[in-house]
Design a protein around this ligand. Structure first.
Ligand code: 5RP
Length: 291
């Protein structure tokens, strides 16, 4: 194990300085092979370099929570406004129309329900992901959770081995232990560990000092929305994240629990792709809501 005595916190993140080679629109992907780049280009819009992923995988451990009672009614009508859909294979096969023709970021680990302790992960058979023509596999990385950290690191590592073999990018979905502060230090730690273990995309949470989390992560960071906020606040969250280095959002509750989910995802998209100011995006939300 490395000597921990002189381990110093990072302090020079080169904020505002672009990474050297940005000939490809996805950070850290310049040297990847064609299949990987093609899949990443389905998720990240080549014109803006950004993505709006719609996350609806919550049921895999939580069941039919608010806004996800009926995926056919709650989520399918929103797919047209998303750049990518994040869901489980069960929902994909049973509810999502293949004709939607959207890139899928497949929840590729399985966990125990919220009724027990966090999770004991099982990884999908990569051949099943290939059968469903997914554009990325999402796998959790739980840092600071003594019971599960090793399992999730191993899972992520295996997913990257398998994904690399077949040209399927992996998104590391960061989680930090219950007792850890949800701050830049720990989200930065989890994000960097996910990328160092080979994740091509990292999903984490917005926090104070987020620009350091994004800068120190060599691959694109997308943010989860977290608990439902009033619409204007959620749009401010997106705006701040994008302007501090996020490459997009992978948002669930702040879209599907909105009073007007279709209007909300379009407003989020305007912030992410057009850098629309939150107040204008909120006006857009209200305008679309009243139609
Ligand atoms: C949890 C996930 C969820 O998809 C994620 O939390 C996004 O949803 P929300 O915006 O509702 O937080 O990956 O592991």
């Amino acid at each position: 194990m490395a000597d921990l005595d002189d381990l110093r916190e990072g302090c020079n993140f080169g904020l505002g300085i672009q990474t050297a080679d940005r000939s490809f629109h996805v950070k850290g992907a310049e040297n990847l092979p064609w299949g990987m780049k093609a899949r990443l280009s389905r998720i990240f819009n080549p014109k803006t370099g950004k993505t709006v992923m719609l996350a609806c995988d919550h049921g895999f451990i939580m069941g039919p929570t608010s806004g996800l009672e009926r995926i056919d009614l709650n989520i399918v009508p929103l797919i047209e406004y998303a750049d990518c859909l994040m869901c489980t294979r069960g929902i994909l096969r049973s509810v999502i129309p293949p004709t939607a023709n959207k890139p899928i970021c497949l929840r590729s680990d399985a966990g125990t329900s919220i009724l027990t302790s966090l999770n004991d992960n099982v990884l999908i058979d990569v051949e099943d992901a290939i059968r469903m023509n997914v554009s990325a596999m999402a796998v959790m990385l739980a840092i600071g959770d003594t019971e599960h950290e090793a399992t999730t690191v191993a899972n992520l590592y295996k997913a990257v081995d398998k994904g690399t073999r077949y040209g399927i990018p992996v998104m590391g979905v960061t989680a930090v232990g219950k007792d850890m502060a949800r701050d830049a230090r720990y989200f930065g730690l989890a994000s960097r560990i996910a990328a160092e273990n080979g994740a091509n995309i990292v999903k984490t949470y917005y926090c104070d000092g987020f620009e350091k989390v994004a800068a120190a992560c060599p691959v694109p960071v997308v943010i989860a929305g977290g608990k439902k906020l009033p619409e204007l606040e959620a749009l401010e969250l997106c705006y701040n994240a994008i302007n501090e280095g996020a490459a997009g959002v992978d948002m669930g509750r702040n879209v599907f629990q909105s009073e007007a989910p279709a209007a909300m995802i379009q407003a989020v998209s305007a912030v992410v792709h057009d850098n629309m100011k939150p107040i204008q995006a909120f006006e857009l939300f209200n305008e679309l809501k009243s139609k």
